[in-house]
Ligand binder design. Structure first.
Ligand code: SF4
Ligand code: SF4
Length: 252
């Protein structure tokens, strides 16, 4: 009966719809492998991302050098609005869906929120061919680097999925984030899908650095592994960061 109510919906239609609403990247992945039992009826992930509005305002200068804030509440709000729109579209065609919000770890007392920790945006984005997990432990897109915020909608709609998912990292010999990390928290190791999502970063060392920064400037941010990534250079160039950095270096 449910199937009889389902109307055709193609991936291209969903993609164009989301891009027209402001998404930067949209992709579709088969995430059936390893999906938690509670989510198994929705084996397709719609992965969407919005690039960070790069701005020098995100650079905070300390006596020890710059740090970079990649917290963009406005981007997260827009991603959630896009998720609502695509969920409504899927529902109108008779399909099920679950929107996993950008900041899926935040405190949320709603019943549905118990499902969020069962799925990671990293699985959706890598299966959709939109990015790999970089040595810095973040999703890295070939064009925008790690300068993106991500969200996911799981669905049972039979959308065409990516046939070339990322199954390993593409950082190659680059080790700029490794060298930029003041805490020595990043290992020079490439991600491989068969290892799962285990990050190659020392989360405790990173946390200690953030605590240090909190004491130093009142905010627990660092982001040097984002600033260092050559894959996000285009956005930094636009924001004038590279010019600023060059000027700063010549003054030293
Ligand atoms: S946020 Fe800073 S301390 Fe943490 S891994 Fe990145 S560079 Fe290292
Ligand atoms: S800085 Fe280099 S090694 Fe680190 S995530 Fe970016 S591309 Fe990968």
């Amino acid at each position: 009966m449910e199937r009889a109510l389902q109307l055709t919906l193609c991936a291209q239609e969903v993609k164009q719809y989301l891009l027209s609403l402001g998404a930067t990247l949209v992709g579709f992945g088969d995430v059936s492998q390893g999906l938690a039992g509670e989510l198994r009826h929705m084996p397709v992930a719609i992965s969407l991302a919005i690039r960070h509005p790069m701005s020098l305002a995100n650079l905070i200068h300390t006596t020890r050098g710059p740090v970079y804030s990649n917290r963009y509440e406005q981007v997260d709000l827009l991603l959630e609005q896009l998720q609502k729109r695509v969920v409504n579209l899927l529902r109108s065609r008779g399909y099920r869906s679950l929107a996993i919000p950008p900041d899926s770890h935040r405190q949320d007392t709603r019943f549905v929120a118990r499902l969020y920790p069962l799925f990671s945006h990293k699985v959706a984005a890598t299966c959709a061919g939109l990015g790999w997990i970089g040595k810095n432990g973040l999703l890295v897109n070939a064009t925008y680097g790690p300068c993106l915020s991500w969200a996911t909608v799981l669905t049972n709609a039979p959308l065409e999925v990516c046939t070339t998912p990322y199954v390993s990292g593409q950082c190659g010999r680059c080790r700029r984030c490794v060298e930029s990390c003041p805490a020595g928290a990043i290992a020079d190791r490439e991600w491989r899908r068969e290892e799962g999502l285990v990050p190659h970063i020392d989360a405790d060392a990173c946390r200690r650095q953030l605590e240090k920064n909190q004491q130093l400037m009142g905010e627990d941010i660092c982001g040097l592994c984002i600033l260092a990534c050559p894959r996000g250079r285009a956005g930094l160039q636009e924001a004038g960061y590279l010019r600023w950095l060059k000027g700063r270096q010549s003054r030293q």
